[in-house]
Write a protein of this length. Structure first.
Length: 254
């Protein structure tokens, strides 16, 4: 007997930014696994059971959810943002890849959500209007030299760069180091957007030029978007600035 396992994202945290598809999955599930603050975003019924765990226990959480689904339960694994972007969908797939064969027969449904960089971009204009990439600054799962190499190559290639996991108490230096590295490849005036808690009551969106970008502006609730050399800031009288990356880049077609 096997059940169904939904993997959902709650979006950036504003209930209005959770998709109807994800909300429907929540209504169907009986068991929920996730990081406590993400589970707190759900209004669960008395017959729905939650099992909260620490944010760094992703693989254990995925395995526990799969074990529950293997007994026939309808299970929901909860992420913030989009479950496939630096989140639980990959952990669930990894657990299936390395787990018992019966886990491969579970009905797995991964539902998309609104990830942080999309929410931040929408609040400031359209910084992701042309080619972009997303990089996690956490070196918990990959070496720092790989992160540095990816940052440098992305900047040289002209990508807008969205930085996830920019800073934490255990990693207080990496965002500043990333800014130092990027200053050698990007113009000093390149806009850097600090988007904290986009869409939530404690939202804070600020823009600084790369030359002055202050890493202490960010925390783990912040997504940092670094523009490309083409990214522009539009000043508006009495209204917040707009930041956008033009859709067209002049160049030689080959």
């Amino acid at each position: 007997m096997t059940g169904r396992l939904f993997v959902i994202g709650t979006g950036p945290g504003n209930p209005d930014q959770m998709t109807p598809e994800a909300a429907a999955a929540v209504s169907k599930a009986t068991e929920f696994f996730g990081y406590g603050p993400y589970l707190d975003r759900l209004n669960l019924r008395s017959d729905q059971r939650r099992q909260a765990s620490d944010n760094r226990e992703e693989l254990d959480r995925a395995s526990a959810a799969l074990r529950a689904a293997a007994t026939g339960a309808t299970v929901c694994v909860v992420s913030g943002g989009d479950p496939g972007v630096f989140a639980m969908a990959a952990a669930v797939c990894e657990a299936i890849d390395n787990g018992p064969k019966e886990w491969r027969t579970i009905d797995l449904v991964v539902l998309p959500g609104i990830t942080a960089m999309l929410a931040v971009a929408a609040r400031i204009g359209a910084p992701l209007g042309h080619d972009f990439c997303a990089i996690s600054l956490s070196d918990n799962l990959k070496p720092w030299n790989i992160i540095e190499n990816r940052l440098s190559m992305a900047a040289k290639a002209g990508f807008v760069i969205a930085l996830y996991n920019p800073i934490s108490k255990a990693r207080p230096w990496q965002l500043g180091k990333a800014f130092d590295l990027l200053r050698s490849d990007l113009p000093a005036t390149t806009p850097v957007i600090f988007g904290r808690a986009a869409g939530r009551p404690d939202e804070r969106i600020t823009v600084q030029p790369l030359a002055e970008a202050d890493a202490t502006t960010a925390d783990m609730a912040t997504c940092v978007i670094i523009g490309s050399p083409e990214t522009k800031v539009i000043t508006r009288d009495g209204k917040p600035d707009l930041v956008y990356t033009p859709r067209f880049i002049a160049g030689e077609n080959r």
